[in-house]
Design a binder for this molecule. Structure first.
Ligand SMILES: Cc1cc2nc3c(=O)[nH]c(=O)nc-3n(C[C@H](O)[C@H](O)[C@H](O)COP(=O)(O)OP(=O)(O)OC[C@H]3O[C@@H](n4cnc5c(N)ncnc54)[C@H](O)[C@@H]3O)c2cc1C
Ligand SMILES: NC(=O)c1ccc[n+]([C@@H]2O[C@H](COP(=O)([O-])OP(=O)(O)OC[C@H]3O[C@@H](n4cnc5c(N)ncnc54)[C@H](OP(=O)(O)O)[C@@H]3O)[C@@H](O)[C@H]2O)c1
Length: 384
């Protein structure tokens, strides 16, 4: 959903934006590649509020497209009629319209139907819905190109393969800026996805599109995705507690810019975590400047790999248990952003433990307390 009715641009009609800044945030020697990106919204009429995300329609990696065409013995000039009924060269469709990394159900079904007993394991996994987890584990790190190379002898045609592929979807990124501070621009904080599996280097589609391929000359199709559930409190005097390890810091940079721009009087507290202080303290100087300026009241950091034992944001919350509960009692809103698979669950568990400890109540009463925060829209998450 687009937040701006006055703009002609939306998810259905994305704005061809110019990518103006692409800066590495991770320091030399970091295990991560987290980047600060800036995208111009000039002349789009698009507006966003802090807490919103930006939708990005990325294109696939050209080298992978060429490899797929090559293994299928195709030139790339063959016409392909997409779901919209429009015919275009297959190279173009593989580049912009189709998922060419993760195998679709239809692609696996095509493979099973043509390869028979050669893929007996895969056939067994795909035919039994109860074995979905095993199938996911089997597919982890395997891409379409691996199957095409391994089963080259099947002579799959370009057309049947392309028909089995699904539509490439946009990726969402938390907006890391406030328009009150940056005007017609949007800032993003993106961890570039690169990994190796089965002897090949792999690339996340959108994060590497922005890191490697988008430039001032190649437009980035974007739209604003509103997040009404993830808004600063209306009253700028209300305290906020923000838990944002890794790229989860992005919306909180936006919140702080916004609060600084409007001269909010409410206290703000950020928990940030990353692997190492020397290489991964994202926006360190900005956060310190905001602290000095009084826009950020308190900054607690957890660098997980700077000592033998892991230290995570929830451990810092525990260290500050008393003060954190006091802020909640004063009416603070509690925000969490970043990894949803593990971090947000562990932070939630710690929040319950803090309430138990500080209020001297039972786990059931703590659950009621946290539930009441949620009902009052004072506990907000944007996790992925
Ligand atoms: C509301 C929202 C906000 C978000 N905000 C941000 C943000 O601010 N910053 C940010 O960086 N991301 C953010 N994300 C995540 C972002 O949308 C993308 O999912 C992320 O950038 C990966 O996209 P990609 O196209 O680069 O990778 P994809 O092409 O989607 O590839 C990622 C996939 O690769 C596979 N994979 C990854 N690592 C491995 C491995 N080691 N081994 C095997 N397989 C692996 C997994 O299947 C994974 O799902 C947000 C998501 C949502 C929903
Ligand atoms: N699905 C998953 O298993 C998974 C896990 C992590 C990240 N991701 C995804 O990877 C992308 C980028 O992540 P990111 O670069 O923003 O940072 P991140 O990988 O989330 O890491 C940021 C910091 O959080 C720490 N961390 C790891 N597990 C944690 C936990 N359970 N509780 C609290 N902190 C924890 C990390 O420590 P260590 O690295 O030292 O453990 C690191 O210091 C996101 O899309 C995220 O969803 C997925």
């Amino acid at each position: 959903m687009s937040s701006d009715v006055s703009s002609p641009y939306s998810r259905k009609k994305p704005f061809p934006a110019v990518h103006t800044v692409n800066r590495l945030l991770s320091g030399p020697g970091s295990a991560k590649e987290t980047r600060h990106h800036e995208i111009s919204l000039a002349s789009s009429g698009l507006a966003y509020e802090v807490g919103d995300s930006l939708g990005v329609f990325a294109s696939n990696e050209p080298r992978l497209v060429e490899e797929i065409l090559n293994v299928l013995g195709a030139s790339g000039e063959e016409g392909f009629v997409g779901a919209d009924g429009v015919s275009k060269p297959s190279r173009e469709a593989l580049l912009r319209d189709l998922i060419i990394t993760t195998p679709s159900k239809e692609f696996l079904a095509l493979l099973v139907s043509r390869a028979g007993s050669q893929v007996a394991d895969l056939a067994a996994l795909t035919s039994d819905p109860a074995r979905k987890k095993e199938l996911d584990a089997y597919l982890w790190g395997r891409e379409i190109i691996d199957f095409l190379i391994q089963h080259r002898e099947l002579g799959l045609s370009l057309e049947e393969v392309m028909k089995s592929l699904r539509k490439l979807q946009p990726r969402l990124y938390s907006i890391a800026s406030s328009q009150k501070a940056v005007g017609e621009a949007v800032h993003l904080t993106i961890a570039t996805v690169r990994y190796e599996s089965f002897g090949r280097g792999r690339q996340g589609v959108a994060s590497t599109f922005l890191a490697d391929r988008a430039s001032e000359s190649e437009a980035v199709p974007v739209f604003v995705h509103t997040a009404k559930h993830f808004r600063l409190p209306e009253d700028p005097a209300t305290p906020v507690i923000m838990v944002g390890p890794g790229t989860g810091v992005a919306p909180f940079r936006a919140f702080l810019q916004e609060r600084q721009a409007v001269g909010a009087t409410g206290k703000s507290w950020l928990f940030f975590g990353e692997q190492r202080r020397s290489t991964d303290f994202l926006y360190e100087s900005e956060l310190k400047a905001m602290t000095d300026a009084g826009a950020l009241t308190r900054l607690d950091v957890a660098f997980s790999r700077d000592q033998a034992e892991k230290v995570y944001v929830q451990h810092r919350m525990r260290d500050a248990s008393k003060e954190l509960f006091a802020w909640l009692e004063e009416g603070a809103h509690f925000f969490v952003c970043g990894d949803g698979a593990r971090m947000a669950k562990d932070v939630d568990t710690e929040l319950h433990a803090i309430v138990c400890r500080e209020a001297g109540c039972s786990p059931e009463q703590a659950a009621e307390y946290v539930e009441a925060l949620k009902k009052a829209k004072r506990y907000k998450k944007d996790v992925y």
